[in-house]
Design a binder for this molecule. Sequence first.
Ligand code: UDP
Length: 462
Amino acid sequence: MEKNGQRHRRRLVLLPCPFQGHINPMLQLGSFLHSKGFSITVIHCKFNSPNPSNHPSFEFIPFKDGLSGDDISSGDLVRIIQVANVGCKSHLHECLSQIMTQRRGGQNDDVACIIHDELMYISQAVANSLKLPSIVLRTTSAATFLARTAILTLKAEGYIPFQGIYVTIDSASQDPVPGLHLLRFKDLPVPRSKTLRGFEQIVVDSYNIGTSSAIVWNTMESLELSLLEQIQQQCQVPVLPVGPVHKFAPASYSSSLLEEDTSCMSWLGKQTKNSVIYVSMGSIASMDEKELVELAWGLANSQQPFLWVIRPGSNSYGSDQWIEELPKVLRETLGEKGCIVKWAPQKEVLAHSAVGGFLSHCGWNSTLESICEGVPMICRPSFGDQKVNARYLSHVWRVGLELEELERGQIERAVRKLMVDKEGEAVRESANNLKGKVELCIRAGGSSDDSLNRLVDMIMSF
Ligand code: UDP
């Protein structure tokens, strides 16, 4: 790689936010940039450390994140993010300055810039103090970005009850949100957290891009062109939609924190085309016992084969114990019709020809992965951006069906509608069409490919 006529190794430092849905797009971006000749150093919190053996060509450096066992077990995402940002500042400074002065292979490695997750906003100040250029990676949709900003405005205008402790944005209200007509109040991306104040602060801190040189965004023009244009107008630096970034990394590339159970792939191999409903609620969302049993009945009664991910810790039963508690007749049907795993190679699953539908919590990565493969969805969001994604899937892109409740009758009907009934044909067709539009963004000269080239050029100009 050349800069100013000299042979140079250019190193990029990546800093992901320590959650699966953030680690994946950051490392996928890293994998693409590595293929363009950059060396990659990933600096990361100790909490949810990525597994270096999955990425032999990257260097990994953990730093102290200041998170206590209590912070982590609280499950309060706002608290974890805030504590990590405060707790890591001095370690991050030390870690970055060491990387910048380190000599590798007898020569100074030239660190071109840091690319950090928007939620690791403290990196900006640290990079600035070291005179290192920085770039922000956003891992949710543009619609979520605008909706989060809108929450702050709504609060200022008195629409949202706010008493220091987060009480409620009326979670049932079907009223449209002023200024965001596609979203109802119930679709607003409120976090799973005790305080709205902390959430507000994170929105302010992470949306202040300061002296960053660009915003790289894991979304694409075929999904969000007008929103991206709106955001670009308000922004001084380039907004680069590079999504779906997983499509620019090798297909087998995995950054899973949990071990993937690949046995489900041979099970899928025995199923007929488009017959399987894949069920997963991602890496954070959980279910209570009643919902779990309703889901089991709904899947069994739908008569469709299913592949169901039940993540350890995602319900209050022990990981396998809940099956033992089910009525015998249900257990038998589940055994005949289904395959249950603790964690799946999701991208491969969605790309498998046997999979014809995805019952999902609608995390942004899952949304993109499903859209890319033309797999229509049943949308069952829990919290945060999942609600916005679900609304867009069902009412804007029209590739998903909304599931109001995890109730057996509703689940059975939704699965049959999505997978087999005539009524579901339009959704299946839209999913297929949208897949085609996404392919246009990814191919050479498409908008995402173009954004990635601009990103590489920008980094080379630092
Ligand atoms: N995932 C996976 N195996 C599973 C379930 C999920 O590899 O069994 C991956 C999925 O492909 C996605 C990520 O975990 O890339 C989850 O991110 P998402 O944004 O969908 O949801 P979150 O976990 O952040 O709620």
